[in-house]
Design a protein around this ligand. Structure first.
Ligand code: HEM
Length: 506
């Protein structure tokens, strides 16, 4: 009876209210995986239906509104009056482990932070913003500004060069002249190490030798934190998370001389957290959010990009030819890669289209209208990127397929700037790491393709399959491959002019 009232009679009486799907999640079973699966599948089925009206689903007593029309999405990114990202961030931070009683310290107007604010912003802003959370935001943006990002970039690429060169990977050689490992292994040893080091410096590996591996495991299971998935069902994930938090907590307690290699962002955040009086665990949790923002999507998109390239010989050959001029006189020029390799860029954009399937989330603070539909305050608004990225009107009937040249052939690159393409979000919260992420992923891929002949060997006499997306779990960021789908690859060093240095930015 209740279902008939809620999903049939009430919508008829209130046509302007957003339609709620006839779907109910019982409170008592709030932690069951089946619920998460069903939620993900419900959204997927709407995506396939192609309806563009806002719709709603009730989860654990909160109504989740979903926006699916690209014009509504753009409007939502512009709306900072009734839609709040900060309020959602609070929920996220508590999920990540910031203690509830520490939250007021993040929002408190704090004059002791004045000096630090002066290092990241101008005087006018300083007068308005003195909260720890604002400092984190401004310090992150300062670190990613054109004149400061090279500090991160140069450490990242130096570490990549140290870890991905043949002497480093050769120790795994058990098959004559080549090294056999999985794609994730490769990422773990190279790219993931580079990201940890550019944030914290080498000392982080003394505190947690497996920092890269745990960060990877943590990134895969982020949804467990967001949806408060019980610990006993995701022991590996929570173990990785504990290890990361412990490492960051110990790092924070080190003498400043020992953390001098850390990035500007992290050094200043640690100081700011101490001045604000944040407890050690909450401080580590807040820092872990900053770290994950730089890690999770970069790592996961690199996995998919490399996988698509390795399973397509023609594409691989075309890319090897395209990237070659970036390697000259012993120098690898990453600026050449981001400016002159349209096929590689098109592949990356296509990976982002297919694999950034998470949601942008906002808290609705006051009644908000989209067209003639009204969204009620106190609930959450979600923009599912997956739906936009599969809109048949924009992407065509082959939207589900990886098409390496899709963005190459779009006139004036209209697809990349289409309202239905939002891998980096939009509006006030457009990802500030977009350009850096682009450079990291494209240049990492180019480095591997230039340095190695990469092949995908038979396993037990059978050809391996391109990994498939694990689409029965909610995704927070980039989709993860199905369990066990991590291609085994052979790396044989090419006879090439060795890379002596990497030009990381210009
Ligand atoms: C392929 C890689 C990446 C993707 C797909 C990506 C995607 C996104 C998206 C969609 C958002 C907006 C979230 C929202 O509006 O709800 C975001 C925000 C953010 N990203 Fe990225 N990101 C990537 C890489 C990076 C990197 C490398 C960094 C830093 C080094 C970074 C730092 C941030 C930060 C700090 C925010 C929060 C911005 C704010 O609070 O307004 N991201 N990212």
């Amino acid at each position: 009876m209740w279902r008939i009232w809620r999903f049939t009679i009430s919508p008829y009486l209130h046509p302007r209210r957003v339609k709620e799907l006839p779907y109910w999640i019982p409170y008592a079973a709030s932690y069951a995986l089946s619920i998460l699966e069903t939620l993900a599948l419900t959204c997927n089925s709407r995506i396939r239906n192609g309806s563009q009206e806002p719709f709603a689903v009730s989860v654990l007593g909160t109504k989740l509104y979903f926006l699916t029309n690209p014009a509504d999405v753009s409007e939502s990114f512009r709306n900072v009056t009734t839609l709040s990202w900060e309020k959602y961030l609070d929920v996220l931070l508590v999920s990540f482990g910031v203690k509830k009683n520490a939250m007021p310290l993040l929002h408190k107007d704090n004059q002791s932070l004045d000096r630090l604010f002066s290092t990241v912003t101008n005087t006018n802003n300083r007068a308005r913003k003195r909260k720890l959370l604002d400092f984190a935001d401004l310090a992150y943006r300062r670190q990613l500004a054109v004149d400061k990002v090279d500090e991160l970039s140069s450490v990242f690429f130096r570490t990549l060069h140290e870890t991905a060169s043949w002497p480093q990977l050769a120790y795994k050689t058990t098959y004559g002249s080549h090294s056999r490992l999985t794609v994730r292994d490769l990422l773990d040893r190279t790219l993931a190490r580079g990201i940890a080091k550019m944030f914290f410096g080498e000392v982080i590996f003394d505190l947690e030798p497996e920092m890269a591996r745990h960060t990877l495991g943590f990134a895969d299971g982020l949804w467990c934190l967001i949806y408060r998935y019980p610990r006993f069902l995701a022991k590996d994930f929570y173990n990785s998370y504990e290890r990361i938090l412990n490492a960051i907590e110990h790092f924070t307690a080190l003498d400043p001389a020992e953390t001098s290699q850390a990035s500007f962002l992290i050094r200043n955040m640690i100081e700011a957290q101490k001045l604000a009086g944040l407890d050690a665990r909450s401080a580590a949790a807040l820092t872990s959010v900053l770290y994950e923002a730089a890690f999770a999507n970069v790592h996961a998109t690199a996995f998919w990009l490399l996988s698509y390239i390795l399973f397509d010989n023609n594409l691989r050959s075309a890319l090897c030819a395209e990237i070659l001029p970036a390697f000259k006189d012993g120098q690898f020029d990453t600026t050449y890669i981001v400016q002159n390799c349209p096929l590689l860029e098109s592949c990356f954009r296509e990976v982002c289209r297919l694999h950034i399937v998470s949601y942008s989330v906002r808290l609705i603070e006051a009644q908000t209208k989209f067209g003639d539909k009204v969204l009620e305050p106190g609930n959450m608004l979600l923009v599912p990127f997956g739906q936009l990225h599969h809109d048949e009107n924009v992407w065509g009937s082959d939207h589900a397929k990886f098409s390496p040249t899709r963005f190459l052939h779009s006139k004036g690159n209209s697809l990349a700037s289409n309202q239905s393409y939002r891998p980096f979000g939009g509006g006030a919260n457009l990802c500030p790491g977009k350009a850096f992420a682009n450079r990291q992923v494209l240049s990492f891929t180019a480095y591997i393709l230039y340095s190695y002949e990469v092949s995908v060997p038979l396993v037990d006499g059978k050809a391996q399959r391109m990994p498939l997306i694990q689409d029965n779990i909610p995704t927070f960021g980039t989709s993860v491959p199905q369990p066990g789908m991590d291609p085994l690859i052979d790396l044989t060093p090419r006879i090439i002019e060795p890379i002596q240095s990497i030009k990381s930015w210009s």
